[in-house]
Design a protein around this ligand. Structure first.
Ligand code: VAH
Length: 314
């Protein structure tokens, strides 16, 4: 059985569905700190990832063999309350790693992020191994988390796998509290006929990825033979890179009247410290990673699906 934390989140909701499709509804236990807004098929349990006792009890109750630990505080929200973000992100991960060690769980998945890089990192085609001096609490927690994952692998043989996701863009659930959230919001605004007030400047390049690629990458990494995995911190994972201006121009091809206003706020300073693009050769070599969606294909698919969803809900 697989247990997913943060299952209501932007990534969690999509990965939970994909895992259910693969392994069966009853084999995937969705957990989150709040009830899901829409009831879905299959088991759901409330779980605060910092509650080690309840976590352990759930693992026993469902005879869990794998955990996808997705619950976390994202970059922008983390800066509002740094110590709390650190506690949630680190205690949650350490609870998972300890459970894996004590109960000999088969596999753990834990997402890292391009936020592990910082102002001193080379920002174009950022290498797998490079200078890492993140200056957000989220980035610090992800970098520390990567090292904890490697530590548990080396000392205790825990099979924990991880990807440094870029900004993720999907139509099913909204992100919450990230620096890349504008790239999801922009599609909603275009369809609603509203102007986007963009919290990043027009030329802020960031690495991004369409959700189907992110979900596929995750499942491919988790299905790969253990001896193919050479990186035990976290893999760089690339797909596309664009600026607010470029995604805006692409959407304008579909909605010529769409307008955008640039109003950079504190998130600009975060974006400025992150790469423009990453080198993901190691993931390509080890387990054959290859992205499918470019900006045009993603935009077409996002708009088609969002339109469908909005018509249903009206
Ligand atoms: C954030 N989307 O903005 C997350 C992230 C690539 C960045 O991990 O905080």
């Amino acid at each position: 059985t697989i247990l997913v934390t943060g299952a209501n989140g932007q990534l969690g909701s999509e990965l939970t569905t994909a895992l259910k499709d693969l392994f069966g509804e009853e084999q995937v236990i969705a957990t989150d700190i709040v009830q899901p807004q829409e009831a879905s098929e299959g088991p759901f349990e409330l779980l605060d990832i910092q509650d080690a006792e309840r976590f352990s009890a759930l693992v026993d109750k469902y005879q869990v063999t794998q955990i996808y630990h997705l619950a976390a505080i994202l970059s922008a929200r983390g800066e509002q309350n740094p110590v709390q973000a650190w506690d949630i992100n680190m205690n949650g991960l350490l609870n998972v790693l300890n459970l894996a060690k004590e109960k000999s769980l088969k596999k753990i998945y834990w997402p890292s992020s391009i936020a592990v890089f910082g102002p001193t990192t080379p920002c174009d085609n950022t290498p797998q191994k490079t200078v890492m001096e993140p200056n957000t609490v989220y980035g610090i927690s992800k970098l520390s988390g990567e090292l904890w994952c490697q530590y548990y692998f080396e000392k205790f043989g825990v099979d924990v796998r991880s990807l440094r996701y870029p900004g993720l863009i999907g139509y099913k659930a909204l992100p919450g509290g990230g620096t890349t959230d504008y790239a999801v919001d922009i599609y909603h605004k275009a369809i609603e006929g509203k102007e986007l007030e963009c919290f990043l400047s027009e030329d802020s390049y960031l690495p991004m990825m369409y959700m189907p690629d992110a979900v596929r990458a995750t499942l491919e990494l988790m299905e790969a033979e253990a001896d193919k995995i050479s990186v035990h911190t976290s893999y760089n994972l690339g797909a596309l890179s664009f600026s607010p201006k470029e995604i805006y121009e692409e959407i304008k091809k579909h909605y010529p009247d769409f307008s955008i206003r640039y109003q950079p706020d504190f998130r600009q300073a975060i974006a400025d410290t992150w790469p423009n693009s990453v080198d993901d050769q190691q993931a390509r070599d080890d387990w054959d990673w290859k992205p499918e969606y470019d900006l045009a294909a993603m935009t077409q698919d996002m708009l088609d699906n969002l339109k469908k969803l909005k018509t249903v809900s009206v």
